[in-house]
Design a protein around this ligand. Sequence first.
Ligand code: GDP
Length: 139
Amino acid sequence: MATNRTFTMLKPDAIENGYLGKVLDMIVGAGFEIKAMKYTRLSEDEAKKFYEVHAERPFYGELVEYMTSGPIVAAILEKDNAVADFRALIGATDPAEAEEGTIRKSYAESKAKNAVHGSDSDENAAIEGEFHFNAAEIF
Ligand code: GDP
């Protein structure tokens, strides 16, 4: 059964380009409730661990460098069908392929600097949420 939570990060390009408020507004406007939120910067070790699944991909080094290049916002979001609905809200990995009205179409710079992360499964949503938040930080 699908759980009702997902995990997101507003990535360094979104913060750097001044889209923090606009992206949060789209998320809340789409019916997601914020259960946990943190403004932080990933260390190299944290970014490597978070993206471990991509360790063999040619862009892994670039991805880690980019994700540690500035502050991010990490959050746990709640809504029915959260994982799938949030993936639909953010759009395709490459903003050039993302549909109109999606966060990436509106605010991402490129396939690499694509403004926002969204968990791809309920299992990963739980793992990623626990990576960033302890129980006392989740409301
Ligand atoms: P997502 O689930 O839509 O975020 O996409 P993936 O799981 O395939 O990739 C994870 C993240 O790696 C993406 O969101 C991008 O930030 C980054 N990424 C994906 N493809 C590329 C690429 O070709 N080059 C670089 N530098 N980064 C990429």
